[in-house]
Write a protein that binds this ligand. Structure first.
Ligand SMILES: [Zn+2]
Length: 344
């Protein structure tokens, strides 16, 4: 990457109100059939345009073609029955009605590859594509078939690897796996979570990332964060093993979070996507707010490995707020670039 401190987002951006209900997760589509396909592509263009106008360096699809970052991927797989639903506790935090794994899971056809080709055709910038990670996938399902979280995670890792290889062939530069579950199930992460993630990236030549956050700014997550005390040390449990993994980039929540910044020292050597935009508030950061977070991170990340980013996805935010935050991210990164070049 030529640009110093290349900016990007964790993934999702708000959808236009003509496509889906604003500020709502799992919002049903407002269009159908051919109109829906066209509408999703139009939304993807607008989302890219917002990123371009804000000066974001590594762009994404804004997840405009998905209802949800985990569910939409699973919907495309066989072996999962969406009619048969069970209530489970997601990430030990909140109850949700989820589909049931009823047989061997498999991917009959590509999930996002056409969308990735479409985005690749629209821009020459580096593209980052987000997929759910194996552990976060199993945590969003009721498993009546494998009856083992670890076994199901390995199956998903194989499926993710098939999809990732085709995304790479479609011209994606960075493939990111979203693993908010890594912040909750530390023993499993260390036993098999990181291993399944490495299975998912097996054989890839493009760069790979893992996004580990404290979740969207929804009430269940905000309540959970408020229960975590004054210092959030969750990352400390998993960083030593992640540091030794084959993953290239690690995407973290750092803006307004109570994560002690020095924990990043534990992944020294990795590229770090430093979350410098809070997605749980409608208040738009000033460029100086962003710059402050990046400055602190620079004490523990080499400048050539620092990637300014958002804490998490911005899907649930009003569009004008998300646009403002994209601009703040860019402007904040520019402040630090200037400081670094002044230091020579
Ligand atoms: Zn996130």
């Amino acid at each position: 990457m030529k640009t110093l401190l290349p900016t990007s987002t964790a993934g999702s951006l708000p959808k236009p109100s003509w496509l889906a209900q604003a500020e709502t997760l799992w919002s049903p589509w407002k269009l159908q059939d051919a109109a829906l396909i066209e509408g999703k592509q139009d939304a993807l263009r607008l989302s890219l345009d917002d990123q371009d106008r804000a000066g974001i360096d590594i762009v994404s699809d804004g997840e405009q073609t998905r209802q949800h970052f985990v569910t939409t991927f699973i919907e495309h797989l066989s072996g999962v029955d969406f009619e048969s639903r069970q209530t489970v506790k997601i990430r030990n935090r909140y109850d949700a009605s989820v589909p049931t794994v009823v047989g061997a899971v498999s991917r009959e056809k590509p999930v996002f590859v056409e969308d990735a080709k479409f985005l690749r055709g629209l821009t020459k910038k580096p593209i980052k594509w987000a997929l759910p990670g194996p552990m976060t996938m199993i945590d969003t399902l009721y498993d009546a078939h494998y009856k083992s979280r670890e076994k199901l995670a390995w199956e998903f890792a194989k499926i993710l690897n098939q999809e990732a290889r085709e995304l790479e062939a479609a011209g994606v530069d960075i493939i990111q796996f979203d693993e908010p579950a890594f912040n909750v199930f530390f023993d499993e992460v260390n036993d098999w979570g990181i291993a399944t993630l490495e299975k998912a990236i097996e054989g890839l030549k493009c760069e790979t990332a893992v996004h580990i956050c404290y979740g969207y700014g929804i009430k269940a997550n905000i309540d959970w964060k408020n229960s975590l005390g004054s210092e959030w040390r969750q990352y400390e449990e998993i960083f030593p093993k992640l540091q030794k993994s084959n993953i290239d980039l690690i995407s973290l929540e750092c803006q307004h979070s109570r994560v002690p910044m020095d924990l990043i020292e534990l992944i020294r050597g990795k590229k770090v996507m430093v979350g410098a935009i809070d997605v749980a508030t409608h208040t738009v950061e000033t460029p100086e707010d962003v710059a402050n977070t990046l400055r602190q991170a620079l004490r523990f990340v080499d400048a050539d490995k620092l990637y300014p980013c958002t804490n998490c996805g911005m899907a649930p935010l009003p569009r004008h707020v998300a646009r403002g935050k994209l601009q703040a991210l860019s402007a904040g990164a520019a402040i630090i670039r200037k400081e670094l070049s002044a230091q020579g």
